[in-house]
Ligand binder design. Structure first.
Ligand code: PLP
Length: 420
């Protein structure tokens, strides 16, 4: 198949090779990225992409659904089993779509949602003013307290004031574990629905290492499938049985047309992988690696938002630690082969394009098989790269060390060796 593509479209083929080389020779520290399984890539590149399957198993608009029904039933059953959910919908095309689906399923335009502030760790799809959702629903904000942790007295105070229809928790840059029972108590006090977007930590919940909001009585849980869960790009909506019909109708015909059945096949494969004992070990190692990485950065004097991490990610205040804006730190790190992303810190005075920090995490290096020793080395390289800004020989030496580390821990998948 690769030969066929190479011969027919060398421009596209060369870009794929280039990306494979980049992924092999750089260390991916962006906490929302990962290397998926070869089996998942195999399922993605299949003839399921040819098929229209609007509707749900047993009730589709077109014929020829024998195998699509098998795939979607399998994916839903595996998702329900893995997360202990009454209901699962696997059709959302992405994380953004999955969250919109839930808002439209359970709320009316103009209803209010209480969600986490973006600079404190919340996500764009939780009603950022630049998103369309902010034009449809009224979003109110809670923040982390001075210690970097959520203060539930404050969340309750805001909830009593704004009387939200839904309380939303979940994050893309909050480095602490969420207390779902705390959110539940606030929601119960004001009669709100509860939704957790666990996109970042879905794999760590599936792997039994972090708390599962469904076990704390949450109404709906959403997660992307491509981050710590190591699946293809997609969205998974888990809910109590009473919301099943509303959510399914909100996905189709509410927001989307035909589901991407090749992706759903690949989600089914990833969910099978996530139920295996090795995945529990992977999730545990992702967390212990984050502890080592954060601990070593702190030893070097780096300022971490909230002083550390309980999960797979951390945010380094690069302005406070090194006098370097996040945008410039990301660039310096990329030049030495460390992929991170610029990140707003709580109440950041800089714009989202500049930022005062960078975010990093351990899901991808853990997938490569790295452990405590490598995380210590990565922290050292990170600090050297930022402390020795402007030293081009020093940067070249760091780049070689990163390359050597990556060569010792190849990324999985049909990727070329680093030397190719
Ligand atoms: N929700 C959270 C918490 C996320 O971190 C992300 C992506 O980073 C999304 C939703 C959106 O997912 P997608 O990029 O697949 O639309």
């Amino acid at each position: 198949m690769r030969d066929l593509l190479q011969e027919y479209d060398p421009e596209v083929f060369d870009a794929i090779l280039g990306e494979e080389r980049r992924q092999q020779s750089e260390l991916e520290l962006i906490p929302s990225e990962n290397y998926t399984y070869p089996e998942v890539l195999a399922a993605l590149g299949t003839v399921f992409t040819n098929k229209y399957s609007e509707g749900y198993p047993g009730n589709r608009y077109y014929g020829g659904q024998t195998y699509t029904d098998v795939i979607e039933r399998l994916a839903c059953a595996r998702a329900r089993e893995l997360f202990g959910a009454d209901h699962a919908n696997v059709q959302a095309l992405s994380g953004a779509a999955m969250n919109q689906v839930v808002y439209y399923a359970l709320l009316e335009p103009g209803d209010s949602i209480l969600a986490m502030d973006l600079t404190h760790g919340g996500h764009l799809t939780h009603g950022s003013p630049v998103s369309h959702m902010a034009r449809v629903f009224q979003f109110h904000r809670y923040k982390a307290g001075a210690d970097g942790r959520i203060d539930f007295d404050e969340v309750l105070r805001i909830a009593e004031q704004v009387r939200p229809k839904m309380i939303l928790c979940g994050h893309s840059s909050y480095p602490r574990e969420l207390d779902y029972s705390g959110f539940r108590r606030v929601a119960d006090a004001v009669g709100a629905l509860t939704m957790a977007d666990v996109s970042h930590v879905g794999g760590l919940i599936a792997g039994g290492q972090l708390a599962n909001p469904l076990e704390h009585g949450f109404d709906v849980v959403t997660t992307t499938t491509h981050k710590s869960l190591r699946g293809p790009r997609g969205g998974l909506i888990l809910s109590k049985g009473e919301f099943a019909k509303k959510i399914d109708k909100s996905v189709f015909p509410g927001l989307q047309g035909g589901p991407h059945m090749h992706t759903i096949a690949a989600i089914a494969v990833a969910l099978k992988k996530a139920a295996e004992p090795e995945f529990r070990e992977y999730a545990a190692r992702t967390l212990s690696n984050a502890q080592v990485l954060a601990g070593r950065l702190l030893e070097h004097g780096a300022q971490l938002v909230s002083g550390g991490t309980d999960n797979h990610l951390m945010v380094v205040n690069t302005v406070g630690s090194y006098g370097i804006e996040g945008r410039d730190a990301q660039k310096l790190l990329e030049e030495v082969g460390l992929a991170t992303n610029k990140q707003l810190i709580p109440d950041d005075s800089l714009s989202a394009q500049r930022t005062s920090g960078v975010r990093l995490g351990t899901p991808a290096p853990t997938t490569r098989g790295m452990g405590a020793g490598e995380m210590t080395a990565v922290a050292d390289l990170f600090v050297r790269a930022l402390q020795n800004k402007g030293d081009s020989d020093g940067a070249e030496a760091i780049r070689s060390e990163v390359r050597a580390l990556c060569a010792r821990f190849p990324a999985p998948g049909p990727l070329l060796p680093t030397s190719a």
